[in-house]
Design a protein around this ligand. Structure first.
Ligand code: FES
Ligand code: FES
Length: 157
């Protein structure tokens, strides 16, 4: 039927689970995660690649899911959202160090910081700053975020 012409049925592996989903060519991964798979931790902020609130991991690399079409995700790629990294050290230290204020940017920062800790557990201040530059906190809570990251690095040693 014409109405369904542009809809593809795909399988996405999200947080270790393979999910069947119907997507249109223009559906971003962010919209598919939130609206079709019920995973609402990744947030729509700018939806233009600038703020990082929508960050998820694809094969362990941080990706802005608003800038990725769902049809572009390779079959078998491992997508991890904040829901998939519950109870991580970085979440604990964000709480301990007040790494958030309104919290809207927090899921993106947590996912990106989680990736940094995995790839560069000993990242110095310069690397950590550069890594997290892809995320913006409109409440300017950067000091708490930096402190949370440092504390997580100490706890992981
Ligand atoms: S919502 Fe994706 S970068 Fe801002
Ligand atoms: S805590 Fe409000 S935008 Fe970062």
């Amino acid at each position: 039927m014409k109405a369904y012409e542009n809809i593809s049925l795909v399988k996405l592996k999200v947080n270790g689970e393979t999910r069947d989903v119907a997507i249109r060519p223009a559906d971003t991964l962010l919209r598919v995660l939130r609206e079709k798979l019920g995973l609402t931790a990744a947030k729509p902020g700018c939806e233009n690649g600038d703020c990082g609130a929508c960050t998820v991991l694809i094969n362990e690399k941080p990706v802005k899911s608003c800038m990725k079409l769902a049809v572009e995700v390779d079959a078998g790629a491992e997508i991890i959202t904040l829901e998939g990294i519950k109870n991580s050290i970085i979440q604990e230290t964000f709480l301990e160090e007040d790494g958030f204020q309104c919290g809207y940017c927090t899921p993106g920062f947590l996912v990106n910081a989680y990736a940094l800790l995995k790839e560069h557990p000993d990242a110095d201040d310069k690397l950590a700053k550069e890594w997290l530059e892809s995320n913006i906190c409109r409440c300017t809570g950067y000091e708490g975020i930096r402190n949370a990251l440092k504390l997580a690095q100490e706890k992981l040693k």
